[in-house]
Design a protein around this ligand. Structure first.
Ligand SMILES: Cc1ncc(COP(=O)(O)O)c(C=O)c1O
Length: 441
């Protein structure tokens, strides 16, 4: 009996050859699709009567505030979300907050990161990572990414100094970081580890949910993420002291009775915090969304698997590196090229096929942002860049040449959990048609 993978691979190779013989749409041939394919927001496509019912509960009971309200029963939406989120992420504690950025600030506070401390983060990630470090008064130190688009473990080690207090492992665009290499580095140098799972909610690494492997981890539940309440975030940890500090920071320094009960008593003195509390409306939508997380993840992975299987043993294929293909969300299929001009030609050709491919997206090249390069802060005496080390550190393109090179050579097609098998097959067909022509030119 013929093995399914071998059969698919053989089909991929023969169809690659026949596809390559077809004239590309960019050269006047017929496009793979008549209309342009476009991925939509994920979580909002799953909104239905479940979210409506949860929201109606909050409206009809008139209890929009998480800690108290009219009636005898304590409000339970945010509390319920926290309980179910912790269970899903296999951590002891979860805290609902207003955004992923707020969650990062809570993580900084929980780890007592402040002036004099250094935090290593990838050069390619979202503003919030850099901002949270600076807002804590600490110094951001960039490490290069590798072809997974995530922080390169080898470069982390070269950036460690006696002041390094934490490492941020940011799992970008559904792709888990190489945790088997990062965790030992954090242990070796006695640094705290933060997982930023904002872009990978629901993904896993070697069977472990992302967010369950670090000292403290964060998620975003903003509209571009796997599940969403428009805005929202969460912090998880297994450490009661870190949870207490995070909870206090998100609530003006106080520890409310329900959280005190969860951690089994107070261990930390009050300190000034912010107000980053999640409302019951947000908690209500997130409770419904969280219960659908596995369906969204299964759907997006199914679409990605269909394409990866079709591309398996495809001649000369260079994919984004996947440290754990089984745990990756499947947010996008990224392909690499020898040089930027080939990548750009690939994008132009894919656009003509009505299956657009885009450069790595969802993050920014932080060291080259003008305000980062100039080390701008809210106040001239801000501690981050006022120490000798802070004054001497250089940002800009010179600190991330490898990151810039990688980002310039890859392009990918963004996936959608609701793409039909026909749409998914169109992606496969377009890659099979375009990639060999560009890659061998
Ligand atoms: C890697 C990363 N971290 C943190 C955040 C912040 O999340 P939020 O937009 O919910 O504040 C984002 C948002 O896109 C992100 O991509």
């Amino acid at each position: 009996m013929i093995d399914r993978r071998k059969f698919l691979a053989a089909t991929a190779v023969s169809s690659a050859i026949s596809k390559a013989e077809e004239k590309l749409a960019v050269s006047g041939g017929a496009p793979v699709r008549a209309t342009a394919l476009k991925a939509d927001f994920w979580g909002t496509q799953y909104y239905d009567e479940k979210e409506q019912q949860q929201l109606m509960d909050v409206l009809s009971t008139r209890r929009p505030f998480r800690w108290y309200g009219p009636g005898g029963e304590p409000p339970a939406k945010v509390a319920g979300f926290e309980k179910e989120f912790a269970a899903r992420m296999q951590t002891r504690y979860a805290l609902g907050v207003t955004s992923g950025t707020a969650a990062l600030q809570c993580a900084m506070a929980a780890l007592q990161i402040g002036p004099g401390d250094e935090v290593i983060l990838p050069a390619w990630t979202w503003h919030s990572c850099f901002n949270a470090i600076v807002l804590a008064g600490a110094l951001p130190v960039f490490a290069e990414i590798d072809e997974s688009f995530n922080i390169d473990p080898a470069d982390i080690e070269s950036k460690i100094t006696p002041q390094t207090k934490a490492i941020m492992a940011v799992h970008l665009q559904g792709n888990p970081c190489d945790m088997d290499r990062i965790i030992p580095i954090a242990r070796k140098y006695n640094c705290r580890l933060i997982e930023d799972c904002a872009q990978s909610v629901g993904a896993s690494y070697k069977g472990r949910p992302l967010g369950s492997m670090a000292d403290i981890s964060i998620y975003s539940l903003q509209i571009n993420k796997t599940i969403t309440s428009g805005e929202g975030g969460a912090v998880v940890t297994n450490d009661p002291v870190l949870f207490e500090r995070a909870s206090r920071f998100h609530d003006l320094g106080s520890l409310r009775a329900p959280h005190e009960k969860i951690v089994g008593g107070r261990r930390v003195d009050p300190f000034p915090g912010a107000n980053l509390r999640m409302s019951e409306f947000t908690g209500a939508v997130l409770l419904a969304q969280l219960r659908k997380l596995d369906s969204v993840v299964t759907a997006i992975r199914k679409n990605a698997d269909r394409i990866y299987e079709g591309l398996h043993e495809f001649p000369g294929l260079h994919l984004r590196r996947l440290p754990d293909p089984a745990g990756e969300l499947g947010s996008a299929i990224y392909l690499g090229f020898r040089a930027k001009d080939l990548r750009d030609r690939f994008m132009a050709a894919m656009k003509a096929e009505n299956v657009p491919a885009v450069p790595p997206t969802g993050s920014v090249l932080l060291p080259t942002q003008p305000h980062v390069e100039k080390k701008q802060t809210l106040h001239p005496a801000w501690p981050s860049f006022n120490s000798e080390r802070g004054r001497s550190i250089q940002y800009g393109a010179a600190c991330c040449p490898r990151t810039m090179d990688i980002l310039s050579r890859f392009a990918g097609v963004l996936l959608d959990p609701k793409f039909t098998s026909r749409e998914t097959d169109d992606i496969l067909a377009a890659i099979q048609k375009v990639y060999p022509v560009i890659a061998r030119s």
